[in-house]
Write a protein that binds this ligand. Structure first.
Ligand SMILES: [Zn+2]
Length: 303
């Protein structure tokens, strides 16, 4: 009831003082909204809220009446001659047909708080708001969240915004550095693999912490023309991992046949010089088995 009467008051204030008509509305469980044809400026939003709350403090009567006369905002398909029109009036500011239940006085609304705007359908906007008891409920919930975040960030509530900004900046810097070092390590790994390929005709890479992006990076730096065989794999335990096998097509095929025999949770695909697989889970001992298979001598049937 508070949300519905609050919506009538909000729509009336926007229409009367700011020329913003209400095209639709929605009263939801947590917050409500009105659809409006344009985005009000920050100053307008502030003034709309001040104006609504003044009318709440003024304890304006909300009255219900019935009439046989057509009211301006009545739907076009409504036939007034076959019944009455129920009208809700808020003092001097609003007179609207409505069949809903309402408070008897704007004082019962306690307070209206405008929240955020979301764009909808072309240039329209949805203006979200809360009224009455929900204002306190939302404040308590938001304050609790803010306290939790400030405790996590080890700072006072007033410093949360600044701390989040500096943490995001730090994260971006670390991501840039990580990308750089990942590239350097992948380049080093690719060089080591090239030397191994020259010496033994095969090589392998295993990195527990690496992901598919690292293996792909090494693979890109190795280039297309690989003679011999390279097996790259990553991850550990229940987190699973990735496998890339590149090189001579016959050797790639033999190796992937062997890999899919050894590993219980692997799926992959590819043909010719490259095969790529995903391990959803590494069983105990499987990584060691892979390493042993790849380390055995020149007469290894699979290499
Ligand atoms: Zn209504």
């Amino acid at each position: 009831m508070q949300q519905h009467s609050g919506q009538h008051l909000l729509s009336a204030v926007m229409e009367t003082h700011f020329g913003i008509s209400t095209l639709g509305w929605s009263l939801d469980l947590d917050t409500s909204s009105v659809e409006i044809p344009r985005k009000p400026t920050a100053e307008e939003q502030e003034m709309i809220q001040i104006c609504c709350n003044k009318l709440i403090r003024d304890l304006v009567p909300v009255t219900v009446s019935s009439t046989k006369e057509a009211v301006s905002s009545l739907p076009k398909d409504y036939d007034v001659t076959s019944g009455l029109v129920r009208v809700i009036t808020i003092g001097e500011i609003d007179k609207n047909p409505c069949c809903g239940t309402h408070v008897t006085n704007t004082g019962y609304l306690q307070q209206i708080v405008l929240l955020h705007l979301t764009p909808v359908r072309g240039t329209n906007f949805r203006l979200h708001f809360v009224v009455g008891d929900r204002v306190a409920r939302l404040l308590t919930k938001s304050y609790k969240s803010l306290r939790t975040v400030s405790a996590d960030l080890s700072c006072g509530i007033d410093d949360v915004e600044e701390k989040v900004k500096s943490s995001l900046e730090l994260t971006r810097n670390l991501q840039r550095k990580e990308k750089y070092w990942r590239f350097i390590v992948a380049a080093d790994e690719a060089n080591r693999i090239r030397m191994e390929l020259e010496r033994r005709g095969r090589a392998y890479v295993y990195r527990a912490e690496a992901g598919l992006d690292f293996l792909t990076n090494v693979s890109i730096q190795l280039g297309q023309e690989i003679t011999g065989l390279v097996v790259m794999f990553s991850g550990e335990g229940n987190n699973g991992g990735s496998i890339i096998v590149v090189g001579d097509p016959v050797k790639v095929k033999n190796m992937t046949t062997r890999i899919t025999t050894i590993l219980k949770h692997v799926k992959g695909g590819g043909k010719g010089a490259k095969w790529q697989g995903k391990v959803s889970k590494w069983e105990k001992g499987e990584i060691e088995q892979m390493k042993q298979m790849l380390e055995i001598g020149e007469n290894n049937a699979y290499c």
